[in-house]
Design a protein around this ligand. Structure first.
Ligand code: HEM
Length: 420
């Protein structure tokens, strides 16, 4: 039995759905939220497909019940094949306890408030240099850059992570290029022909990136420095440090999880604050007082990560006894963006309102053990950049619509024209 479409025919498993204009997708998700039980997308009898969790309460429940909703079988779609995980090592998003907790304890020491206090100085320094560059380019023959994504939004989180990790200047360009290639296809439908032509494009990029980082790791093990890689390869938590493979996997995760997401949040942010002049005026009237609210509303409204999967460990009644039955072995997709427009939690959910309080959005996940490790850092970066831009270049605005990449995995912006 195929039960994959909404009443109006929207099919979440069809790549064409992800090319629809944002308001049409939002309307389809609103329709799904009104159903008495999550829609099963696919062929349930054959075990192919997933339950679409679109309500705030359901996404929170799945996130906070990790013994029932497993990450181990893979949270991205399609799940990485077993051999890839064996060769490249598992990143923590795809692990359950006890291995997840052990790995997270090791890497969490890089994200303590004390260490993030130090990183904050780097964030401000890198932000100031980016804005200096924008100012200088106004008076050069080449003129100001036209694309906000490549000139600003992608640069900031990438430079911040490289600085935190202690990646020398020299391989940074190569690594940025590899990240783009490694993540280019996640959630993006490709033609059969292009899949055959480039079977291992992303994998080859990943392998090169991890080899580059593993070499730096070996070097730091011999001669530790004041950076995250040194801390990770020499840390002794539960009697062990990260192996070379784990280091490579963690670094790739940080790059993909921390660069793409923040870059998209920054690009959507500039566009939202251009498309809603009354919200922009509110923000500029009290930049220090309203910036936190604006950052959270951008995260809610734009929701950079569209969905993560979980797999049921046992039969489970959603929402408590008598609720819809999800069976052991079935998959659920946690649609964070749909949960962020849940009218049961947010009044007028499609409106962009930087004064929304409270704003319990799920942009960083629904809580629980996999809650975004970089949430604090991402907020720091967004605050620093918008503060610097609106103070030093108050005329900055996007021009036209963002050019999207139609992905079912993240809310990606390929480019965004801007002026200042
Ligand atoms: C606006 C920017 C960001 C957004 C929207 C975002 C969103 C998310 C989401 C939705 C999850 C999954 C949560 C779950 O399954 O419960 C996640 C996990 C994660 N994020 Fe972020 N993230 C952002 C920035 C960052 C940054 C800057 C870093 C690190 C430098 C980072 C590192 C991670 C890691 C390591 C995980 C996996 C945690 C685990 O499995 O235990 N993220 N993020």
């Amino acid at each position: 039995m195929h039960t994959r479409t909404t009443q109006h025919g929207a099919d979440l498993a069809d790549p064409r759905f992800w090319r629809l204009p944002a308001p049409d997708r939002a309307a389809a998700f609103a329709e799904l939220r009104r159903l008495p039980a999550p829609l099963y997308v696919g062929d349930r009898a054959a075990g192919r497909g997933f339950h679409a969790l679109v309500r705030h309460a359901h996404v929170v429940e799945a996130s906070r019940t990790p013994a029932v909703f497993l990450s181990g079988p893979g949270v991205t779609t399609p799940a990485p094949p077993r051999w890839v995980r064996t060769v490249f090592g598992d990143s923590m998003v795809n692990l359950d306890d006890p291995r997840h907790a052990q790995l997270r304890r090791i890497v969490s020491r890089a994200f303590t408030p004390r260490l993030l206090g130090r990183v904050e100085e780097d964030v401000h320094r890198i932000t100031a240099a980016l804005v200096d560059d924008l100012e200088q380019r106004r008076s050069t023959a080449a003129g100001p850059p036209g694309d906000f994504v490549s000139a600003v939004a992608a640069e900031l989180p990438f430079q911040v992570i490289c600085t935190m990790m202690g990646i020398p200047e020299e391989p940074r360009r190569l690594i940025l290029d590899l990240v783009d290639r490694a993540s280019a296809d996640t959630g993006v439908a490709r033609s059969q022909r292009s899949r055959l032509r480039m079977p291992g494009r992303g994998l080859a990029a990943l392998a090169r990136m991890q080899a580059t980082v593993a070499a730096i790791g070996r070097e730091r093990r011999r001669r530790p420095a004041e950076d995250l890689i040194s801390a990770l390869v020499t840390a002794d938590v539960d009697g062990r440090a990260l192996s070379g493979r784990e280091l490579g996997a963690f670094f790739s995760l940080l790059l993909v999880a921390g660069v793409e997401t923040t870059r998209n949040a920054l690009a959507h942010g500039l566009h939202l604050l251009t498309a809603h002049p009354e919200q922009r005026a509110l923000l500029l009237a009290d930049l220090d007082g309203r910036l936190d609210g604006a950052v959270d509303e951008i995260l809610r409204h734009a929701t950079p990560i569209v969905q993560f999967r979980r797999t049921l460990a046992v039969d489970h009644e959603l929402g408590g006894p008598g609720g819809p039955l999800l069976r052991a072995g079935e998959q659920v997709a946690l649609f964070f963006g749909a949960a962020n427009r849940d009218e049961a939690v947010f009044t007028d959910p499609d409106a962009f309102d930087i004064t929304r309080t409270p704003n319990p959005h799920l942009g960083f996940g629904g809580g629980g053990p996999h809650y975004c490790l970089g949430a604090h850092l991402a907020r720091q970066e967004m605050r620093a950049l918008f503060h610097a831009l609106f103070t030093r270049l108050p005329g900055i605005r996007s021009v036209g619509e963002p050019v999207p990449v139609p992905s079912s995995f993240d809310h990606r912006v390929r480019s965004l024209r801007f002026t200042y």
